[in-house]
Design a protein around this ligand. Structure first.
Ligand code: ATP
Ligand code: MG
Length: 235
């Protein structure tokens, strides 16, 4: 297992959000985490990414317990978190943002290789490399968020709501790029509101409700599950 979360409890201060969350992701798997607003999906990703401290439980990455390590250490181990807001440096250019993403990479040649890979995936970013990030369109910003995360050469990508605020066509583009990454051997855990789309592209999924994993299984099965259809698809 690349990532194994066992009985994770986490939250903010005394407020517990995640309750006994367990999930596993194998190398090169593409897994979704779905759930209603406020269920704790982002909290789950943030806890793995070292932004939220676990109260108890285990987060094993390649068998090593990384629970409670600070975010920059987690990034160095090969985990990149792409938040909804993406926290781009708006007064810096696309290229400068990309290079900031490579802060864990020492060698110039490695940085160039990663940049080439990301530009290959998002040619638009290369075209706009000298544009200020703050002036990019919503879709381009999303691409930059993912592109910058790739500059850290992650093994595991935690992607929070890639389709948020995007028109359907751009949503498809972003999902296509995740698919390409997956084919390149990256492991991806994606959180999404667009449940139909997500379950049609991922291998497996977990359903989080009120901080608990209520269901898990192959995405195809989840898509046909009566509870999932009732809660997420209104049928
Ligand atoms: N920094 C914080 N301090 C206190 N409570 C927080 C904080 N961040 C999130 N919460 C609370 O934790 C709960 C879970 O939030 P989280 O962002 O993980 O939900 P989510 O499943 O990602 O929801 P959404 O689909 O709306 O993004 C919510 O009730 C939220 O208000
Ligand atoms: Mg969220």
């Amino acid at each position: 297992m690349l990532l194994e979360i066992n009985n994770l409890n986490a939250g903010y201060g005394f407020l517990q959000i995640l309750r006994d969350v367990s999930l596993k992701i194998d190398k090169a798997e593409y897994v979704s985490l779905i759930g209603p607003n406020g269920a704790g999906k982002s909290t789950t990703l943030k806890t793995v990414a070292g932004i939220v401290k676990p109260m108890s439980g285990q987060i094993l990455f390649n068998g090593e317990d990384i629970g409670g390590r600070p975010g920059n250490r987690v990034t160095r181990l090969g985990i990149s978190y792409i938040s909804e807001e993406m926290n781009l440096f708006t007064n810096m250019t696309v290229l400068e943002n990309m290079m900031m993403g490579a802060y864990t990479v020492r060698e110039k040649s490695a940085k160039n290789r990663l940049l080439k890979f990301a530009y290959g995936l998002f040619p638009r970013l290369e075209e706009r490399r000298n544009q200020l990030a703050g002036t990019l369109s919503g879709g381009e910003r999303k691409m930059l968020g993912i592109g910058r995360a790739l500059m850290a050469d992650p093994k595991l990508l935690l992607v929070d709501e890639p389709s948020f605020g995007l028109a359907p066509q751009l949503t498809d583009q972003v999902f296509d790029s995740l698919n390409t990454l997956r084919k390149e051997g990256k492991t991806i855990l994606v959180v999404e509101q667009n449940v139909t789309k997500t379950l049609s592209v991922t291998d497996r999924g977990y359903v989080l409700e009120n901080g608990r994993i209520e269901l898990e299984g192959p995405s195809e099965e989840l898509a046909g599950d009566a509870h999932v259809r009732k809660v997420f698809l209104g049928v």
